[in-house]
Design a protein around this ligand. Structure first.
Ligand SMILES: *[C@@H]1O[C@H](CO)[C@@H](O)[C@H](O)[C@H]1NC(C)=O
Length: 167
C-alpha cells in the first residue's frame, strides 16, 4: 500500500517533469521560427467620407486584401489573430492607429486568402484631420500558441491618401 502510493507519486512527478520540458521546448522552438509573411491591401473605393455631427471625420471604404500567413503556423500554433490598422499622424497624436478589419485564422488551411471587404470598424478621427491625409495600412498579428508566450508581429503593407473633400 505504502509502496503503491509512493510509486504513483513518482509517476505523477515524472509526467509533470516531461510536460514541463515539452512546454519549454515548444516555446523555445517558436522563438526560432522566423516567419515570412506576405500581405497586400489597397482601397478599392471610398464609400463615405463625412464629418460627424460631433465634428469627427468618419470614413467607410472597401478594401482588397490578400495575405499569406501560413509561415506563422507551427505545430504549437492554436490560432492567429490578425488585424489591419490604418495608421496616420496628426498634430495631436504622433500615432493614430485604428483597426479597420480583423480575423481569427483557425488553421494553416485558412492562412492564405484574398478578399474584398468593407471596413468592419469605421475609421473615425479624433477631430477633422482626415481630408487629404496620408494613411498607412499596417497588418498586425498575434500568434496564440498552445503553450508558451503569445508572439506579436506587424508589417507595413501600403499607403494611400484620403480624398481632399467629403462625399
Ligand atoms: C485584388 O488583389 C488581387 C491580388 O493582390 C488582384 O489580383 C485583384 O485584381 C485585385 N482586385 C481588385 C478589384 O483590385
Amino acid at each position: 500500500m505504502h509502496s503503491f502510493v509512493y510509486r504513483l507519486n513518482t509517476l505523477v512527478t515524472f509526467a509533470a517533469v516531461i510536460l514541463a520540458v515539452l512546454c519549454g521546448a515548444a516555446s523555445f522552438l517558436d522563438a526560432f521560427n522566423s516567419p515570412s509573411v506576405r500581405a497586400h491591401a489597397e482601397v478599392i473605393k471610398f464609400n463615405r467620407f463625412r464629418k460627424q455631427l460631433s465634428g469627427n471625420d468618419e470614413v467607410s471604404l472597401t478594401l482588397n486584401i490578400s495575405m499569406d500567413l501560413r509561415s506563422l503556423f507551427t505545430w504549437n500554433t492554436k490560432q492567429v489573430f490578425v488585424f489591419l490598422a490604418a495608421e496616420y499622424e496628426t498634430s495631436k497624436n504622433s500615432l493614430n492607429q485604428i483597426s479597420l478589419w480583423d480575423y481569427i485564422i483557425p488553421d494553416k488551411d485558412h492562412a492564405k486568402f484574398q478578399a474584398q471587404v468593407a471596413n468592419k470598424y469605421p475609421l473615425i478621427d479624433q477631430g477633422s484631420n482626415l481630408r487629404g491625409k496620408k494613411v498607412e495600412f499596417v497588418l498586425h498579428w498575434h500568434v496564440m500558441p498552445w503553450t508558451g508566450r503569445m508572439i506579436e508581429g506587424k508589417m507595413a503593407v501600403s499607403n494611400f491618401y484620403l480624398p481632399e473633400a467629403y462625399t
